[in-house]
Design a protein around this ligand. Sequence first.
Ligand SMILES: Cc1cc2nc3c(=O)[nH]c(=O)nc-3n(C[C@H](O)[C@H](O)[C@H](O)COP(=O)(O)O)c2cc1C
Length: 192
Amino acid sequence: METREVIAARRSIRRFEDRPVPEEVVNSVLTAAIQAPSGKNRQPWRFVVVAGEEKRAAMIRCMRSGIEQAREQHIETGSALWTTRIMRKAPVTIFVFNPMGMHPWAAHSTYEMYLSTVDVQSIGAAIQNMLLAAQDAGLGSLWICDVFSAYEQLAEWLGEPGQLMAAVALGYPAEHPEARPRRPLSDVVRWY
Ligand SMILES: Cc1cc2nc3c(=O)[nH]c(=O)nc-3n(C[C@H](O)[C@H](O)[C@H](O)COP(=O)(O)O)c2cc1C
């Protein structure tokens, strides 16, 4: 597929076929991730792949327990439970960590804040590469930030140091949604 076709065809997929994704296909998606540009070539990313029935079930238990605890503390969990149901059916979920991660407001200097913002952008580029590579391989994908509702639980369970940035669900699509609306260029672009 041509690059522009892949970009145009990609959708957030929330229903997946119940069949595994071969390891080499997952690796090709991860290879696209690490081919992304990164500020100062810091490559501020680590990936943890969760696949297989047992691991998926444990992941979902983490998500549910995190959401439950958040709710007990009257913390807004938004669409997290809904997203958990999607993750339950996704054959593969890839968690993305920033090994050097910190919250910008925890930065001790302007330079740290700068680096932290740069790293967030680099990770975004890596994730978008994953989604496009997945599309090119005939997979559906979903970029997930609802994992933040179970941040502590997932981070502890995965045992990966650094900041949990997002997750990406992957699988063969069992739906083919229409493109979601976008604001027109005239709304979001100003030629100065
Ligand atoms: C940073 C980010 C976080 C997202 N988090 C979630 C999520 O937690 N759950 C979910 O169902 N979709 C999530 N999405 C998918 C968006 O809802 C989706 O990209 C948007 O509605 C546009 O639809 P499209 O991807 O099909 O073009 C996320 C997307 C991005 C870029």
